[in-house]
Design a protein. Structure first.
Length: 243
């Protein structure tokens, strides 16, 4: 599905998601909805359904389970929890630059440890708007969710294995976007945009302002961190030790 997201500041973005685990539950990347005021899901047949809130999320690993306002029977994707092999075929579905339900193909280039978690490196072409969309194997099973792409490189993108998502608690009562906003937006370390869902806006920390970023850096002294910044259609990745 395509996610139509309006942020707390009134900006409108486009991201992606996939129906799984239940007829009214969607998987996506947390940064797509981290500061949402409203979210709607658009399906390929034109049906548009409100996303009422977030069931569970992991800001560190960029994972989110979303609750739809109504059930959508017979649309759940099949999931594959087994870690795929390097050189296996991979396919990505999403809304690159707002072109809904586009599919691209490639290979699993490598499986890498990113901030202590395994991620798929894929050669599938991925652009802004693919964030949160499914990565499929040759059997049409979802093996991961598109998360971020490497700046100044050709088709070097990364996805979160589906195994990380099934560890979230689908039984939790959903938290509405208003409730999430009232509790305070998460720190940038948990939600820095990788593939930002906007089709025409610069990347920004979903958690908010520069002061929050400064505080996060102060709290991260001695740690190795990775910051991903997108500007004018280019994504730059910076890895450094905070001193």
């Amino acid at each position: 599905m395509t996610l139509e997201v309006e942020s707390q500041r009134g900006e409108r973005f486009v991201g992606s998601a996939v129906l799984a685990l239940a007829d009214d539950v969607a998987l996506t990347a947390w940064h797509v909805v981290a500061d949402a005021r409203s979210v709607w899901a658009l399906f390929a047949d034109g049906q548009r359904v409100e996303v009422t809130g977030c069931i569970d999320h992991d800001g560190v690993r960029d994972l989110a389970l979303l609750k739809l306002a109504k059930r959508m029977p017979h649309r759940q994707a099949a999931l594959c929890r087994e870690l795929q092999s390097v050189a296996a075929r991979a396919y990505v579905i999403g809304a690159p630059r707002g072109y809904d339900f586009s599919i691209s193909d490639g290979l699993i280039s490598q499986i890498r440890s990113v901030n202590g978690s395994l991620q798929y490196q894929v050669s599938c072409p991925i652009s802004t708007g693919n964030s949160g969309g499914p990565i499929l194997n040759q059997h049409g099973e979802v093996i991961g969710i598109a998360a971020w792409t490497k700046a100044d490189a050709q088709n070097v993108s990364f996805g979160i294995p589906i195994e990380d998502f099934v560890r979230l608690d689908v039984s939790q009562r959903p938290t509405t976007w208003e409730q999430l906003a009232a509790t305070g937006l998460p720190a940038p370390t948990k939600s820095l945009t990788r593939l930002h869902p906007s089709t025409d806006k610069a990347c920004e920390a979903a958690a908010g302002d520069f002061a929050a970023l400064q505080q996060w850096l102060k709290d991260s002294v001695g740690k190795s961190v990775t910051v991903v910044v997108q500007e004018a259609g280019r994504t730059n990745v910076f890895t450094f030790t905070v001193e």
